[in-house]
Design a protein around this ligand. Structure first.
Ligand SMILES: [Zn+2]
Ligand SMILES: [Zn+2]
Length: 276
């Protein structure tokens, strides 16, 4: 009933206002409080306008992040344009998404893209940008140091493909025995060679340019697959996620002009060739 911005003021008036409410009906109490607010507003000027831009984002239950915001015309135009540019197309074999799902994927793409192209990172190839703890024997679920959230296996495998892996050996939870250096990474040179060969996402039907893409190990790195050009394929973040889902398989036929053959869980097979 009393607007939030007057809470403090009301607290200081409480001693004089509340006794006048004693014995009043609910309707009369409402009228008195309404009058009090009207006077407070008259003294305080009109209520503050909404800020030109506001955006709320917070972690909630189950490690989800809830976000909502409101933007002025210019900020909103930038946002909508960026979302439109970052939206990956739905291609055959890929499940259809609602407009809201496409926008959410686009916002994640924009965030990753922003982190990728930080000027303070000269190699611009430090991936991923989350520190994720994976139990070597797989006995516990992976989690991210950044927020403490548990990370689904499909995402862990995606990060294995194109992330820098560091080894930290611990005794139990807290005693660090050894910290290895980077043990595997797609080097900038290798990335460049891959981008030259594939030019864009190689998921059949997708043409997301290389700078939106990640390197995917066709033969999974954690299963012994080498980090070599003949085992890597360029995939946009969205399609990289798709091919790591159960039921999908991807083949790279180097001898056939680096043809990519994607098989979907339902069976259909899709093919793509690198651009000439
Ligand atoms: Zn991958
Ligand atoms: Zn793609």
């Amino acid at each position: 009933m009393v607007p939030k911005r007057f809470t403090e003021l009301f607290a200081s008036h409480e001693a004089s206002v509340v006794p006048t409410l004693v014995g009043l009906s609910v309707g009369d109490t409402g009228r008195v409080l309404h009058e009090w607010v009207a006077r407070a507003e008259a003294n305080d000027g009109p209520p503050p306008e909404d800020p030109p831009r506001s955006f709320h984002a917070s972690t909630t239950l189950n490690d989800r992040v809830e976000a909502s915001g409101s933007f002025d015309a210019v900020g909103g135009a930038f946002l909508l344009k960026a979302l439109q540019l970052a939206e990956a197309p739905d291609v055959p074999g890929d499940e259809r998404r609602t407009a809201a799902e496409r926008r959410a994927d686009a916002l994640v793409e924009i965030s990753r893209f922003y982190i990728d192209y930080q000027p303070t990172n000269p190699a611009r190839r430090r991936r991923p940008h989350l520190d994720i703890i994976v139990q070597a024997d797989g006995s516990r679920p992976a989690w991210t140091v950044d927020t403490g959230a548990l990370i689904p296996t499909v995402d862990v495998h995606q990060f294995f493909c194109d992330g820098a892996i560091r080894r930290v050996v611990t005794d139990g939870h807290s005693v660090i025995l050894d910290m290895g250096t980077l043990t595997r990474v797609v080097t900038t040179t290798m990335w460049l060679a891959l981008a030259m060969r594939d030019r864009h996402c190689r998921f059949p039907g997708c043409d997301r340019p290389a700078h939106w893409c990640e390197a995917h190990h066709v033969w999974a790195w954690e299963d012994g697959g080498p980090t070599r050009l003949d085992n890597l394929v360029l995939l946009c973040s969205r399609h990289h996620h798709v091919v790591h889902k159960p039921g999908w398989s991807l083949k790279l036929l180097i001898e056939n002009n680096a043809e990519v053959i994607a098989t979907s869980p339902e069976g259909p097979v899709y093919r793509s060739h690198p651009p000439p």
